[in-house]
Unconditional design. Structure first.
Length: 78
């Protein structure tokens, strides 16, 4: 399959490129730390599990989500 060879060549292109960079490893470390902070730390403090704290069962959570998605909102401020 020619597509498989293409993915391997692209991967090796980037792998060799970053391996030969002098700042490459340090930059990837900074990127990984930043991603960890964004997805792990910020989620814990700023995005609490709203559904789990308000509803006891998966059925109640699912019903609430369906209701929120299917109930039209009145956007006119009359």
């Amino acid at each position: 399959m020619p597509g498989k060879n293409l993915f391997k060549r692209v991967f090796l292109f980037y792998y060799e490129g970053f391996k030969s960079m002098t700042l490459g490893k340090r930059l990837w470390l900074i990127i990984l730390i930043k991603l960890f902070v964004m997805f792990a730390i910020l989620k814990l403090f700023f995005f609490p599990n709203f559904l789990k704290s308000k509803f006891d069962t998966d059925k109640k959570r699912g019903d609430y989500v369906i209701e929120q998605l299917t109930t039209p909102k009145n956007i006119n401020n009359d």
